[in-house]
Design a protein around this ligand. Sequence first.
Ligand code: HEC
Length: 181
Amino acid sequence: MNMLTAAALVTAVPLAIHAIAAASETDTVDSNGRIRVPAGYRTAYQFLGSWAVAAEQGHGPAEFHVVYASPGAITAHRRDGRFPDGAVLVKEVFRTKAETLTTGTVSRADTLKGWFVMVKDSGNTRAGNPLWGDGWGWSWFDASDPVRATTVDYKAECQGCHVPAQATDWVYTDGYPALKP
Ligand code: HEC
């Protein structure tokens, strides 16, 4: 190994470790357990899957949901069958716009309504904090403010709707090809 390679390694290794840490829980949860939308998730996170919510009238979807997982979470889930502590899931909620393109009538993501964020905490280490429980931290953010959640109580605002996914750790894993063999 020449001097140049050795020097490159010395700088590259801590940088890589920092990048992983910065892209997961430490970047997303403050010391009071308040969650924020992780900065830079669109480039640092991995695509997990997407959903289209049918419009009540007419054709095509009313909303698109695009779900991302923090780096390493997909690999860990494929290996262990569960998300590791500190794993972060981000669900973007978009309004849609239908257009005539060369493929046909196509709906695409339009304006962002906001984000749902979940942070894995299998030990329920923040007992008493109403944004945490059932092995996760839970919050919703309006598109105008990715730093301050509007959620005050996950049991009232999130949990009921996730009961159908309770057997898969409250996550709708059926919709995520990346988690399947
Ligand atoms: C109206 C029912 C409903 C409510 C309320 C709700 N969710 Fe969900 N959530 C779902 C469904 C259904 C999915 C998967 C399908 C979809 O996106 O339409 C989902 C998916 C998610 C995902 C993507 C990972 C997964 O579980 O598949 C996250 C993250 C999420 N929700 C977080 C939250 C948080 C945090 C709250 C409360 C602030 C919340 N949800 C409230 C129904 C709901």
